[in-house]
Design a protein around this ligand. Structure first.
Ligand code: UFG
Length: 324
């Protein structure tokens, strides 16, 4: 049995589906503050908060849990700047509580949903796992604190973990059963698709004076199905008794500018809409592109859907189902 915290959320729900399709049994723990009950179509759902130690103990007591995959977290950079304490409480303290209770029940395998936000403004592109960790916002800081705790628990407490640092998660389940559904939405692709479907009048580019060929920020968009596959491989990696704790970047190694993403969305949807240029959004690095060679070599993971058009098409199919 695999416990998936935050399994009602965007990324967690895709992993929940893949694990069930691959023969694993899952329990989703989610307080449904951001996640959606209807996204948990596989395994069972426990509506609980990670700060509820009694509930956590009950789950570990009543189920034979082999490993925990931990997605439950707040993930808005902008919100983290306004309310840092919320991020340290939910992302760090609640994770520490989960790890404490896992230890009580001798559950020692852990997969952590980490982020490229750990790297802050990188000195070199593409970014490898050994790059300096220097987050520039409380969201990234809270995730780095968890990674530091994981390292200590692994060095001194017998924990085996894999930390997966995602670049820009995008796209949706190819069967269109689940997908991205944030409220409020802040991510580029769903916002552009909102403009295409008429839920907003235009899309704003946050800054066109960056040090990139067209002046807009470049990101590495990785299909959520490929992220799911990496989690499955990370679990299989931890199931091998001689494998050590490890950290992997997950991206395609290709960067696309905001303008290129908007043009791809126009092409895939066949719909034109207004594009405005606004000032920069605070805390956006010019370019984030992953070096994911380590995941390819060690986990034998390779993105199956690296094409931006395929990513946008899956997101568009889901968007139409959700809002059409
Ligand atoms: N952008 C716009 N207009 C919009 C929305 C976004 O121009 O309406 C731009 C952003 O400024 C940025 C790019 O589109 O340059 C991508 O923005 P997203 O908000 O989609 O994604 P981020 O790169 O900011 O954030 C992602 C994850 C975070 C993670 C971060 C790591 O969503 O959780 O990468 O850098 F922290």
């Amino acid at each position: 049995m695999i416990l998936i915290t935050g399994g009602a959320g965007y990324i967690g729900s895709h992993i929940n589906k893949l694990l069930n399709k691959s023969g694993y049994e899952t329990i989703v723990l989610d307080n449904l503050s951001k996640g959606h009950k209807k996204a948990v179509k596989w395994g069972s759902l426990v509506n609980a908060d990670l700060s509820d130690s009694d509930k956590l103990r009950e789950i570990f007591q009543n189920n034979d849990i082999e490993a925990v995959m931990h997605f439950a977290a707040f993930s808005s950079v902008a919100e983290s700047v306004e309310e840092p304490e919320k991020y340290f409480k939910n992302n760090f303290e609640n994770t520490a509580n989960l790890l404490r209770i896992m230890k009580e029940f001798r559950v020692r395998k852990f997969i952590f949903s980490s982020t490229a936000a750990l790297y802050g403004i990188p000195k070199e592109i593409p970014i490898s796992e050994s790059a300096e960790l220097k987050p520039i916002n409380p969201y990234g800081e809270s995730k780095l604190m968890v990674e530091n705790l994981l390292k200590d628990e692994s060095d001194f407490g017998g924990l085996k973990y894999v930390s997966l640092r995602y670049f820009n998660a995008a796209g949706a389940d190819l069967d269109c059963e689940i997908g991205e559904d944030h409220n409020p939405e802040s991510h580029l692709i769903p916002l552009v698709l909102d403009a295409a479907i008429g839920r907003r009048n235009s899309i704003s580019i946050f800054g066109d004076d960056y040090d990139t060929p067209d002046g807009t920020c470049i990101r590495d968009y990785i299909h959520v199905q490929d992220l799911a596959d990496a989690h499955l491989k990370a679990l299989q990696y931890l199931e091998e008794p001689f494998n050590d704790s490890n950290i992997f970047n997950l991206g395609n190694g290709n960067g696309f500018s905001v303008k290129e993403v908007i043009d791809t969305c126009k092409k895939v949807t066949g719909i034109d809409f207004e594009v405005k240029v606004e000032g920069r959004r605070p805390g956006d690095p010019d370019i984030l592109i992953a070096d994911s060679k380590k995941a390819e070599e060690v986990l034998k993971w390779k993105p199956e859907y690296p094409d931006l058009e395929d990513i946008v098409e899956s997101a568009w199919n889901w968007h139409k189902k959700l809002h059409g």
